[in-house]
Design a binder for this molecule. Sequence first.
Ligand code: CDP
Length: 221
Amino acid sequence: MIVTIDGPAGSGKSSTARAVAQRLGFRHLDSGAFYRALTYAALQAGIAEERWESLDSAALDALRVQARPGAEGWRMFAGDNDISEPIRSPQVNARVSHMARVPAVRGWLMGRLRAAAADGDLVTDGRDMGSVVFPDARLKVYLVADPRERARRRLAEHGHLAPGEAELAAEVARLLERDRIDSERAAAPLVQPADAVVIDTTGLSFEEQVARVVELAQRRR
Ligand code: CDP
């Protein structure tokens, strides 16, 4: 059984997907982590952003991006370097959508994501998991939340628990810019699949949003 969770930046997909997977005993696959890892690895390898459009599968293979199981879920690697923390940095946030809009990058990753689903039940999250990568998923969830709430959560994740108005507004602008690029791109844009269950998490606690998805999944199982 495949459960997909898609939605805009900072809507809580990955943390929800991880918790839902744990509760159901499914595996979790965070597709955004791969786009982030490719972005970070390309920057580290000195591949300028102007050249990302022309990356082919050999060049992508050469970045040696890989997910390996760790004590608390997957860790992302480039070669032997654990890059799980830096892929969440503001530097990567600002550039990842430029990597993710390259069709060759999406094609390269699609095969890997589908192969990961071959060995059993899965909860997976991203932008196009229900619309393109797993169109036949048993349950598709689309998570949305008010931009200010998404910005507040994203800043809290990075330790800013009481952001000022200016800081909050700047984070809202960054999230909306990423949503714009993700929604307007030609290849597998962010869309709400017609058969998805939409959950607005603005007023929900984390526990509540996890419980809703778990309940939906149990009903469809
Ligand atoms: O956690 P957050 O929602 O901020 O982002 P993410 O899920 O880690 O994804 C980071 C970026 O990767 C997105 O802004 C998209 O540009 C890209 N992405 C994508 O294009 N397709 C996916 N299935 C997942 C992520």
